[in-house]
Design a protein around this ligand. Structure first.
Ligand code: HSE
Length: 305
């Protein structure tokens, strides 16, 4: 009988303000992916939930391309030439919540389990980073928690920890998508030294304060000067939404990944913060909804084997 594997994988938010391309956090919002590898060529893909109308169900499908890469790396692509994939998506597409990382990691984890786990999580991180281009979303999707990542000579290194603060993440999800490419194209090739210094201090402070559970030092720790100022023009009212979140009681707010979602970090007042963010977006003629998420402790995991 052909073996079927079902994986649950969390949404992720990258950057967390100052940690451009290196910080990320797993969130309590999920995609599920079921995979049956087949010896016969051909892929059948069913998608329900977020993005069901837009996700290709043929050879272009990102989950299938990820599975094929893993099969090639373990030289099993001659044995398994086809697959049946079912995706149940809770993570909205092109909003800055790691939908592509979730597709990649869910697919890699499923294929890895189906093949008897030839890779450990570090091995999966390498393949996922090769596919995604940077590790900041795929790392928390694999490890869970809050992750710090770097890439040395093409090899990613990530570690994960759980914040010692009961952190809520209030995400305002606008009704328009923003491609990561467009958001990356908005960035300059070089940044002033003072902006680099601004971010180094805040990124270090953010990791230290979360790891130690020192809420007081988070007041400026979600600020950024490296990418958000250049991307603000892509998200109407962005800085006003940050201000509204803080005024309603958030510790800080930032773009989630490359946007357009805005994420506020708080320990209390989550509902009021969400309302304030949505209302401020509305004043800038952006329809948005707010969801309150927690930090997901687990990375991609098996639901059924
Ligand atoms: N670090 C990435 C960016 C996240 O901000 O462009 C999006 O994939």
């Amino acid at each position: 009988m052909e073996k079927s594997v079902k994986i649950r994988v969390p949404a992720t938010s990258a950057n967390c303000g100052p940690g451009f391309d290196c910080l990320g956090v797993a969130c309590t919002m999920y995609n599920e992916l079921s995979l049956t590898l087949k010896k016969e060529p051909g892929v059948e893909i069913q998608v329900e939930g977020e993005g069901a109308e837009n996700i290709p169900t043929d050879e272009r499908n990102l989950a299938w391309r990820s599975i094929q890469m893993l099969l090639r790396r373990v030289k099993a692509d001659d044995t398994f030439r086809g697959a049946f994939i079912r995706m149940k998506n809770g993570v909205p597409l092109s909003r800055g919540l790691g939908s592509s990382a979730a597709a990649i990691v869910g697919a890699l984890k499923a294929a890895n389990v189906a093949l008897g786990n030839p890779y450990d999580r570090r091995g999966l991180l390498q393949i996922a980073t090769d596919l995604e281009g940077h590790p900041d979303n795929v790392a928390p999707a694999i490890y869970g928690g809050f992750t710090v990542s770097l890439v040395q000579d093409g090899v990613p290194e990530s570690f994960s920890f759980l914040p010692r603060i009961s952190l809520k993440m209030i995400v305002a999800i606008p009704d328009f998508p923003l491609s990561t490419k467009a958001a990356r194209d908005a960035l300059p090739a070089n940044v002033p030294m003072k902006d680099a210094v601004f971010n180094v201090g805040r990124a270090a402070m953010l990791v230290g304060a979360l790891a130690k559970g020192n809420e007081m030092f988070l007041r400026h720790a979600f600020e950024d000067a490296l990418h958000q100022p250049y991307r603000a023009k892509l998200i109407p009212g962005m800085y006003e939404v940050f201000d509204a979140a803080r005024e309603a009681g958030a510790l800080g707010a930032a773009m989630s990944g490359a946007g357009p979602c805005i994420i506020a970090y708080a320990t209390e007042h989550a509902e009021a913060i969400g309302d304030a963010m949505v209302e401020t977006f509305r004043r800038h003629e952006v329809e948005a909804r707010a969801v309150v998420l927690g930090v997901e402790e687990r990375g991609a995991y098996i639901v059924k084997e």
